[in-house]
Every structure is written in structure tokens, then in C-alpha cells.
Design a protein around this ligand. Structure first.
Ligand SMILES: [Mg+2]
Length: 429
């Protein structure tokens, strides 16, 4: 092993980034959301960067993993998984639910650990690529496309957070006209031609009306609706009937594989998920029952870029489509998403990304969408560079926080406006 590839140091920097008041079925985004920036420094003096969730439960696992990595090669990403099981695995049972799950599906200790490992895996691949002079996509077998398409991620939203926070110039979007105006701005500024609306916020008929308004404004263009499992099977089937021929796919209309399988049996409208298939263990039943036709991969959930490619191969074997899910993230993760998406042959739909909503980044240069696409970088590693002043400022915000924003809680944010709010049980409608 080339000594230059050995890890000398690992730096973890938890940060808080501004997040607009985007609504979902659980509540609303807080003014700031936590992310974790992982840096791996090699003996050769190269620094690789990765990004993942920054909530307290993730930090708890990232810290022991960071301590045991020095002395190991950045090329040993398979070894990373075994090591993570060793140092993070004992604390909790693999299937133990570590939080209510909510928008990310059932949250287990395994899934939590994989989400942590993903940040380290990406940092190792960035460092390896920089050392070898190769882009990350080359380390994954090489790109099969030069550009990756993304969709506009539309949200019902307020003009401003009830509590203090950054205020942007988007204004409120709480009805079909507001949603269409938001979509027009996304199309104008980034060239997106696919549109996804985060639903589960208003009664289904209001969301059907918003999708119909989008279809009228953007005839023939791909549209999706994602109520995060907020509907009953009956409601899901009614919406599917009303929006067949209008939607490209319906995303997680109902909660859980059982309910999704029943919806799927009653409609020809394709169903997508980032909630009922989020781990290998969930996959056999969902595929055997034809509960979903499209899996929305997320390299954070699945444990990184190599594991995302394994998921893609499994989906291909079962004739299940693949696209990409997004949670609030910065440009490091967007670069990682773009590299892995560039290597997956049958990516049949535009990927989701929250990135345009993020006014802050830790990079020296922001990513720019052209015609709704990102060009796959040919620079060594991920092809991004950390802006250390920005990183330090966002870390300072995390340090200054009294702890209330260090773990994302959309229901708590909603209580700022509606003190009696509790995240609704599903099905909500
Ligand atoms: Mg979703």
C-alpha cells in the first residue's frame, strides 16, 4: 500500500445551514438545519470531503468512527463498513428504531450507521480520486453520461419562518397559483423541465388541483407528487385515478410496504418510494409484491456511492426503475450524487435535489444547473473545493445554537406558528 493513501487525520465539522420554511406533512423546516462535513486527510497531504446528516444521533456515531480511521487506506471503502459495524454497531440493535422515522421511513440503527458511513465513503473517494488524478465517477467504473438531469423540487411554503431566520425573496406558495409561480421561477432560473411537488400538506383535493395547474402550465412535462405516506389506501387510489395520465409517478402515497402494495394493485400509475424501500432488508418483500415501480435511491441512506450502484443493479434485475431522492443538502453531496448518477446506466427519471433552496454552501463555487442538468466534473475527486471561511462561519452558528436546532424537528418548527401542533398520525387523509 502506498503510504500516501493512508489516512492521517479525520475532521468532523457540524454546521447549521439556512433552510426556508418549506412545509411537509410533519410540519415545516426549521430556520437552520444541521449537516456534517467530513474531511479525510491523507499522509500524502490530500484532503477529501464528504457530507451527511448532522443531527445529534449521527454525530454520536461519526465521532468514534473518525477516531479509528487514521492509519487505514482511503482506498479501503469496503473495510469502512466492517469498521463502522465494529465501532458503531454495538451501541444499538440493528433493527432498533432510533426515532419516529417520519419522512425518511423507518429509522433503524443500521440505516443510521450507513448514513454516517456514506459521508466518510465519499470523503475517501474524493481523497483517492485527488491522489490518483481521477474523477470520482472513474473510481466507480466511469460515467455513462456527461450530464445528469435534476427536477425542480416544489414545496408549499410560507414567506418567512415564524421564528427568526434568514428570509428569502420567494414569498409564500399555499395554493395552485403559488405552486405554478414557484415552478416558473425554477424553470426560468435553472431550466428544469421535471417538477415534483411535496404534498401531504393540504387535503388531497387541493394538491390534485395544484398538480392540474402545473400540467396546464407545463403541458407534457413530467410531474410527480409526494405526500410522504400521508394518505390511506383508498385516498391514494382516488388520487391515482384522478391524476393518471397527468403524473409521471406518485411517490409514497401511503405508508409502508403493505399499504403501497395494495395501492399498486389497484392502479397503473407507477409508484415511487424513498420511504418503504430504504435498506436491503426492505427490498425483497416490496419487489415480490410489486409495491413500487421506482426506487428513489439516496447515497446517504444506502451507505455511499458503491452501495448505490449495488442498489441500481438489484433494481435492474427486478425490472424496477431508479431515480434519486434528496433531503436538504449542500454542494458536496450534490457533487457525490452527480458522480454516482453519471455511472448508473438506466436512470430513467430526473433526480431530486433540494439544492436550489439552499442559499448557503461550503464550496468556493456553487453548482450551476443548465437546462435542468449538471455537467459531470472531470476534475480529480469530486471536483469541489471547500470554502474554509464559510465552513467556519456555519460551524460557529452550530456552536452558538443552544441545542434546539442541532437535530432537525419539523413538528417543533410548526409549533412556533401553531402551539398545539403534533405531527399527524398516518394516514392523515
Ligand atoms: Mg419522498
Amino acid at each position: 500500500m502506498d503510504a500516501a493513501l493512508l489516512i492521517e487525520d479525520v475532521r468532523l465539522t457540524p454546521i447549521l445551514i439556512a433552510d426556508p420554511p418549506l412545509l411537509n406533512t410533519q410540519g415545516v423546516h426549521q430556520p437552520y438545519t444541521p449537516r456534517l462535513v467530513v474531511e479525510v486527510v491523507t499522509r500524502g497531504g490530500v484532503t477529501g470531503v464528504g457530507e451527511t446528516y448532522g443531527d445529534g444521533t449521527y454525530l454520536e456515531l461519526a465521532e468514534p468512527l473518525a477516531r479509528v480511521l487514521p492509519g487505514r487506506p482511503v482506498s479501503d471503502v469496503n473495510g469502512l463498513f466492517a469498521l463502522a459495524e465494529e465501532v458503531c454497531g454495538a451501541a444499538r440493535g440493528a433493527d432498533e428504531r432510533v426515532d419516529a422515522g417520519g419522512l425518511r421511513g423507518a429509522q433503524t440503527a443500521d440505516k443510521l450507521r450507513l448514513s454516517v458511513v456514506s459521508g466518510f465513503e465519499v470523503a475517501c473517494l474524493d481523497a483517492l480520486g485527488k491522489t490518483l488524478g481521477l474523477p470520482v465517477h472513474a473510481l466507480l467504473g466511469g460515467k455513462v453520461r456527461d450530464r445528469v438531469e435534476y427536477s425542480a423540487y416544489l414545496f408549499y411554503r410560507w414567506a418567512a419562518h415564524p421564528a427568526a431566520g434568514e428570509r428569502d425573496d420567494w414569498g409564500a406558495a399555499l395554493d395552485p397559483a403559488g405552486v405554478v409561480a414557484q415552478a416558473r421561477r425554477f424553470a426560468r432560473d435553472h431550466g428544469f423541465t421535471s417538477f415534483k411537488l411535496k404534498g401531504g400538506v393540504f387535503p388531497p383535493d387541493e394538491e390534485i388541483a395544484a398538480v392540474r395547474a402545473l400540467a396546464e402550465a407545463f403541458p407534457g412535462q413530467p410531474l410527480r407528487l409526494d405526500p410522504n405516506g400521508a394518505w390511506s389506501v383508498e385516498t391514494s387510489l382516488r388520487v391515482a385515478e384522478e391524476l393518471k395520465g397527468v403524473l409521471e409517478y406518485l411517490e409514497d402515497p401511503a405508508s409502508g410496504t403493505e399499504a403501497m402494495a395494495r395501492v399498486s394493485a389497484g392502479t397503473d400509475l407507477p409508484l415511487a418510494t424513498n420511504m418503504c424501500v430504504t435498506t436491503l432488508a426492505e427490498l425483497p418483500e416490496a419487489f415480490a409484491r410489486d409495491a413500487v415501480q421506482i426506487v428513489l435511491s439516496d447515497h446517504h441512506y444506502w451507505g455511499g456511492l458503491h452501495r448505490t450502484r449495488e442498489l441500481a443493479a438489484t433494481c435492474r434485475a427486478f425490472g424496477v426503475g431508479l431515480s434519486m431522492h434528496s433531503n436538504t443538502h449542500l454542494g458536496v453531496s450534490l457533487a457525490a450524487m452527480t458522480h454516482v448518477a453519471a455511472t448508473v446506466p438506466d436512470l430513467g427519471h430526473a433526480c431530486d435535489s433540494h439544492y436550489p433552496w439552499q442559499t448557503e454552501d461550503v464550496l468556493t463555487t456553487r453548482h450551476t444547473f443548465e437546462d435542468g442538468h449538471l455537467t459531470v466534473s472531470e476534475a480529480p475527486g469530486l471536483g469541489v473545493e471547500l470554502d474554509r471561511d464559510r465552513l467556519a462561519a456555519l460551524h460557529r452558528r452550530w456552536l452558538d445554537d443552544d441545542g434546539t436546532l442541532r437535530s432537525r424537528d419539523d413538528a417543533a418548527a410548526m409549533r412556533q406558528a401553531d402551539p398545539g401542533w403534533v405531527a399527524p398520525a398516518v394516514p392523515r387523509w
